[in-house]
Write a protein that binds this ligand. Structure first.
Ligand code: IPE
Length: 254
């Protein structure tokens, strides 16, 4: 398979990160409508957790190694609520979607994804279904449990499915150098860009923009480009899905 498009919608786009468990319902509806209207085949959606995972993970100490407690389950169930809400909006817009929960099909080793079953995702795509995956709590070989970011999942799936394009919809216009969007990053220019990358404004247990770009540069080295853009700006999700590339930051091989 090399026709798959993977689209991540960041938790900060779908939720209000300053208030625990708060949806941006109208935005979610608008985003679902945009994705549906683009009508792309072989699409995998991955979403982040936003306020349905980060504050809980931080409070329960899930960002550091520790035992599998009841709170581990609570965090998983919380991000599942967001997944269900997003799927509902996608279905309302006529899309055939199915949830894929990483806790049930992926494991990590010291916070890095080690294995994720993808046969079910391939079969969903074959049957015209859009899988909706998310950042999650997973069982970890070294740390017992860990938080697996949607970004790590995106990169892993992109490699497994040999995706043709990866989109990262965030709430910023791309990677910024002062007020200017950096339009292209390659493994060669990444060294200069690193100093511009910060963490996150809100609670973020998975490392913010810096770790995101790190992952994506590695993906570009393997021949899979990605596109970071502002999914909060109306129309850009459709533009991305239809192949327009004149906005945001493209991360590609040399
Ligand atoms: C985080 O996933 C998952 C949990 C905290 C359970 P992400 O790291 O992909 O979430 P966002 O996009 O930053 O909100």
């Amino acid at each position: 398979m090399n026709n798959a498009t993977i689209l991540k919608i960041g938790g900060s786009v779908l939720t209000d990160k300053s208030k625990e468990k708060t949806l941006k319902s109208k935005e979610m509806g608008r985003i679902a409508k945009e994705i549906a209207s683009a009508g792309v085949r072989d699409l995998v959606i991955v979403h982040g957790a936003g306020s349905f995972g980060h504050p809980q993970a931080k409070r329960f100490g899930l960002d550091v190694p520790g035992k599998c407690s009841y709170e581990t389950v609570v965090t998983h169930e919380t991000v599942k609520e967001l997944n269900r809400a997003f799927i509902e909006k996608l279905v309302e817009n006529g899309m055939l979607t199915m949830p894929v929960h990483p806790l049930s099909c992926a494991i990590s080793r010291e916070g890095r994804v080690e294995n994720m079953m993808t046969d079910q995702i391939r079969l969903m795509l074959k049957n015209g279904i859009v899988p909706v995956v998310h950042g999650d709590v997973v069982m970890d070989r070294g740390w017992r449990r860990a938080i697996l970011s949607g970004d790590q999942i995106v990169v892993h799936l992109a490699r497994c499915l040999n995706a043709k394009m990866v989109g990262i919809g965030t709430d910023v216009d791309g990677i910024m150098d002062d007020d200017e969007v950096i339009s292209i990053i390659t493994p060669k220019t990444f060294g200069d860009v690193k100093r511009l990358l910060g963490g996150s404004r809100d609670i973020d247990v998975t490392g913010g923009m810096s770790s995101k770009v790190n992952e994506l540069v590695k993906l570009a080295e393997d021949g899979i480009p990605s596109h970071i853009f502002n999914a909060s700006r109306k129309g850009l999700i459709v533009d991305f899905l239809r192949g327009e590339r004149n906005f945001g930051t493209i991360i590609r091989g040399d």
